[in-house]
Design a protein around this ligand. Sequence first.
Ligand code: ADP
Ligand code: ZN
Ligand code: ZN
Length: 678
Amino acid sequence: MPLGKSHVIGIVTALSDHPTRSTKPIKDILDAAPILTTDLLKLASWLSDYYHHPIGSVYAALIPTLARRGNPTEFEPPLIWIAVGKSTPTSLDRAPRQRRLWESLSSTGPVTTDEARKLGATLPLLRKLEQRGAIVSQVERADYRISPSDIKPTSEQTAAIRAITANLDQFGVHTLYGVTGSGKTEVYLRVIENALKQGKQALVLVPEIALTPQTTARFVERFGAAGVIHSAESDRERFRTWARVASGEHQILIGTRSAIFSNFRDLGVIVVDEEHDPSFKQTEGLRYSARDVAVIRAQMLGIPCVLGSATPSLETLANVDRKRYSMARISVRPGSRKMPTFRVVDIRGERLNGGLSEPLLTVMRQHLNNNAQVLVFINRRGYAPTLCCSRCGWRAECDACDVRLTLHQSPKLLQCHHCLRRYPTPSTCPECASEEIVALGAGTQRVEQTLKTEFPDVPTLRVDRDTTRSQTQLQNLFSTLTNPSRRILVGTQMLAKGHHLPNVTLVAVVNADNGFLSPDFRGPERTAQLITQVAGRAGRAERPGEVWIQSYDPANPNLVALTEYGYDGFTKTEMQHRRLAQLPPFTVMAMLRADASNSNESETFLLQLLAIVATFDIEALGPVTAPLARKSGRFRHQALLVSRRRSEIQRALEAVESKVPSQNSVRWSIDVDPIDTF
Ligand code: ADP
Ligand code: ZN
Ligand code: ZN
């Protein structure tokens, strides 16, 4: 429709019989069918109200990029290309490009157009080969069928499956609390099977890192096909999956966060796997929690939502306590695999070797001598957290952010983990010119180096964001992980998820203190989850695992509760602490953030917002400088709103939105249910 001198793409959300003077004509209707169905429109309006985000931007977040640019949402069905014949057709003798392509296609077998492009094909080239009769194309159809499974569910699994499938036609949130490897996925598969048999679709949300080919493979094995949406896909691939879900061709969609906004024809169940995972929360733009939106969407559709985890979030456990969610537990692993035992290593006064204590190295040696794998978990990538001058105390910091730079070894450089700027490593101190520049602390690269020196004959594999930049690297990684020749695995939280590593008998946690003593109130929860998850990678029936945790604070109540009573013990003490300290899930929070090129401006702006909320029954903390006080050259402030009543926070935020002072140098945002608050 016309707007000023140009034309814009708009979304029709309602119709009226009474045009006004500002009513503009619609020039063209792009989509044959509504791109946002009634249920998505309803969801959009909930999102806009709840997260205090402009409705227009919410629509934009719900529609795939390609459709937003004006592509009609009807789309070409995906094709697969198949080489004809056994030897290179002689007709291609004088067309070397076509010939090479035919040879590639002949060796790969049937490929999609996208896969063919990766082999150097273009659509015209493929069409030419097709005209010559050298290849044929077929419309690729998702081929769903239900294969029988030879797994016999345990009694706990059966109880969970029954509880959910008996209520497939109504809303309910079913928490599935089962230790790692206890067979939660088997429960999802059975529940989905029931939904499919009723002609309904299923959505499975998984954390960013967990979406591996192995994850999808289990669904494809059982159901013949599955649609997949993740962040590494091109707009075209996403759009295609989106359209196939909308048409109902895809009966199952597996995806990360944003898959919750997909346009289903008839959704029957939503599964959120690893519901505690922080990657379900979007931290910019529309700051939604995909887990919470899943619950709302299930409620709007009157269908069940399954929240699965080995370490449920305190929010979810509180909802179980309040009887809003039901809970099924799986406490034993099939085949009686034992849970690992914990051991805390007091490292006060110990001399550390690249972050590792002597007792830890000794126990590692024992396990390696027994031909087992050892997993070393460390929460920091890079070589060392920082570089400093031992003469004058100078520390390497980012020019644009108020943070220390992380030292990397290969390639050798200093990097800011916030704005990703890189700096060369100085050989002398920029302040006092001394040559005594030392690396402080230990990151994955340094621990890896120490291990290579200590165990020169043992192959080591490092896993962190630096070694898994590309999708291919990530995929290779997961197959290498289970390869028993890589005896030591060193890595960050990427190692904590997804994979069961039966040959690992020792998990070493290099440092748990940073997490348990983190200024963010969710630090202990996240640390307990990570340690439990990483511990869950280890051991099998005949070889139970051990978990050793190094700590400068071995009497820390969180650490003691976790190591003596497991995640259950941890949540009990932590829940009590949250109640006493009036923290979520016993209160509701919203964060106001502002940044400006001038420090005063962002602070003053937040003070104005806090004046607006002063009349409500909420506690306002701040404004304070953000934990990262300066990022990419802009000064950042934040203020936290806390209340016992959600309605009060919501009304206060509405007041903020309607009375916000006009200005244009400050960027600001509202974050409802923030996950980072310090
Ligand atoms: P989770 O999702 O809880 O981590 P999985 O569903 O991946 O656990 O199960 C772990 C392993 O146990 C898988 O190899 C799975 O095939 C197997 N398994 C699950 N349920 C059973 C069962 N009832 N009997 C035997 N093996 C099972
Ligand atoms: Zn110096
Ligand atoms: Zn920076």
